[in-house]
Ligand binder design. Structure first.
Ligand code: AMP
Length: 420
C-alpha cells in the first residue's frame, strides 16, 4: 500500500478528498474550522513536494442540485488564510469548468472544486422521486443513477494523476469520491492522507495490535445503538465497562428496580446475552453499582445516591454514584489500551458530570502512564473537549459514524478502496 510520506508529489496533480463539511452561520461564515485544520498536514505535504492540490468535498446535504448555501466557494477565503496562499475555485466539480481549472493548475497551486453532492451520482442515490413512486420506478431510478455514477467517477478521476483520501468522516460511505474513484488509480498512486492514516492506525492500535490489559468504556443512552460495538469488542477486550443510561437496562435484566431510569425493555434479553458471553469469554464486565438518582430530568433536580439495583419509584439515575466512580477509575488506571465511547451520565447537565469527568480524568492518568487511549463518537469527544483533556489522551477521533462502524468490525468502503 502506498503511503503519503513515501510519495513524491513533485509535478503531480493530486485529487484530495477532504471532509470540509464545516458548520456555517447565516452569513456563510465558518463557525468551527476543525475539519479544515485537520486536513492541512496533507495539503501542505503535497504543496511542499511541488505538487498541486485539487480539493473535492461535500458540504451539507444538498438534495436538488446546486444551491448557494451549500457552495464550497464559502470556504475558499478561509482555506487561503490557513494555507497562506491563493486558492482557486471551480464552480463545478466536473466537466469543462473543472477540467480547464485543473489543467491550468501549476505546481504549488490549490483548486477547490464545487460541492460533489450537487450531483446525485456522488452518493449514487436517486433524487427527485415522487413520494408515491412505485417500487419499480424506485429500482429503475436507482439503476440509472448507479450507471451514470461510473461516468461521474471517471470525470473526477481524470482531473488528477493521483488520489489521496483524507476524509475519514465519510469513509463509511461507498460514494464516488470516497471509494469508487480509487479503482481508477494505480495502486502506487492512491493513498490515505495523514488524518485518515492516523484514524485507521488508532483503531488498529485498539482492535488489532492492542497492548493488554485492554479496556473499553461504552456509555450513552441506548443499548440498541451500541450493541454491535459491544458484541465485537467482547472478543477483543479484557475489561468492558458499561456506563451511562444503557447500564440501567443491564441492572433491570439482573432483576434490579431501576425506578424511572432509562431502559429499553426490548433489550433485556440482549443484555443478559452480553453478560453470559462476557462470562464465557472471561471478560471482566464492569457495571455501575450505584448512581446519582434525580427526581426529575433536570440539572436542578433533587438528588440522592442510590444502588443501581434499588432506585426508588419515580427517581432516575442520571450519573455514576461514588462507588461506581472508584470502580471504573481503578480499572481504567491499570489499563494499557483504552477505548471510550459514550458518556457515563447526563454530562450536559453540570450537576451530573462527575461520572463522565471521572472517566475522562482516569483515561488522562492512564495515558500519562503510557497507555494508548482512543476517544471517539460525538458525545465523548464533546465531553473530553469540555473538560479540556483532549491533549491528555492519545487520540480523539474526528469521525463519528465512521469510527463507530470500524469499532463494530466493519470494513469501511473508503479504507478498503485504498488498503484493499
Ligand atoms: P448516545 O448518543 O447513545 O452516545 O448517548 C449520549 C446521550 O446519553 C447523552 O446526551 C447523555 O446525556 C445521555 N445519557 C447518558 N447517561 C444517561 C442517563 N443515565 N440517563 C439518561 N440519559 C443519559
Amino acid at each position: 500500500m502506498q503511503s503519503i510520506d513515501n510519495y513524491n508529489f513533485n509535478g503531480k496533480k493530486a485529487f484530495v478528498r477532504v471532509d470540509f463539511n464545516v458548520p456555517l452561520n447565516a452569513d456563510m461564515q465558518i463557525t468551527d474550522d476543525t475539519r479544515m485544520q485537520k486536513a492541512l498536514p496533507t495539503l501542505k505535504k503535497i504543496l511542499a513536494d511541488g505538487g498541486s492540490v485539487i480539493i473535492g468535498s461535500h458540504l451539507g446535504r444538498p438534495k436538488k442540485g446546486p444551491e448557494d448555501k451549500f457552495s464550497l466557494k464559502h470556504i475558499v477565503p478561509h482555506l487561503a488564510e490557513l494555507l497562506g496562499q491563493e486558492v482557486k475555485f471551480a464552480a463545478d466539480c466536473k466537466g469543462p469548468v473543472a477540467e480547464e481549472a485543473a489543467a491550468a493548475l501549476k505546481p504549488g497551486e490549490v483548486l477547490v472544486l464545487e460541492n460533489l453532492r450537487f450531483y446525485a451520482e456522488e452518493e449514487g442515490k436517486p433524487r427527485g422521486l415522487a413520494e408515491d413512486a412505485s417500487d419499480e420506478e424506485k429500482a429503475a431510478a436507482k439503476k440509472a443513477v448507479k450507471a451514470s455514477q461510473k461516468e461521474f467517477t471517471k470525470d473526477l478521476a481524470k482531473l488528477a494523476d493521483c488520489y489521496v483520501n483524507d476524509a475519514f468522516g465519510t469513509a463509511h460511505r461507498a460514494h464516488a469520491s470516497t471509494a469508487l474513484i480509487a479503482d481508477l488509480f494505480d495502486t502506487n498512486d492512491k493513498m490515505f492522507g495523514y488524518l485518515m492514516q492516523k484514524e485507521v492506525d488508532a483503531v488498529g492500535k485498539v482492535l488489532t495490535t492492542a497492548v493488554k490489559p485492554v479496556t473499553a468504556i461504552i456509555g450513552g443512552s441506548k443499548v440498541s445503538s451500541k450493541i454491535t460495538i459491544i458484541e465485537n469488542l467482547l472478543s477483543k477486550v479484557d475489561n468492558l465497562l458499561i456506563v451511562g443510561g444503557m447500564a440501567f437496562t443491564f441492572a433491570k435484566a439482573m432483576g434490579g428496580n431501576i425506578g424511572s431510569s432509562l431502559c429499553e425493555d426490548e433489550m433485556l434479553d440482549t443484555a443478559k446475552a452480553v453478560m453470559a458471553k462476557a462470562k464465557e469469554l472471561g471478560v471482566n464486565l464492569v457495571l455501575p453499582v450505584d448512581c446519582i438518582a434525580a427526581d426529575k430530568f433536570d440539572n436542578n433536580a433533587a438528588t440522592q445516591v442510590s444502588s443501581d439495583m434499588d432506585i426508588p419509584e419515580g427517581w432516575m439515575g442520571l450519573d455514576l454514584g461514588p462507588e461506581s466512580c472508584v470502580l471504573m477509575d481503578d480499572v481504567i488506571k491499570t489499563s494499557k489500551t483504552i477505548l471510550w465511547n459514550g458518556p457515563a451520565g447526563v454530562f450536559e447537565f453540570e450537576n451530573f458530570q462527575t461520572g463522565t469527568k471521572t472517566i475522562a480524568l482516569a483515561i488522562a492518568d492512564a495515558t500519562a502512564n503510557g497507555a494508548f487511549s482512543l476517544i471517539g463518537g460525538g458525545d465523548s469527544v464533546a465531553a473530553i473537549n469540555a473538560f479540556h483533556l483532549a491533549d491528555k489522551v492519545s487520540y480523539v477521533s474526528t469521525g463519528g459514524g465512521a469510527l463507530l462502524e470500524m469499532i463494530e468490525g466493519k470494513d469501511l468502503p473508503g479504507v478498503k478502496a485504498i488498503r484493499g
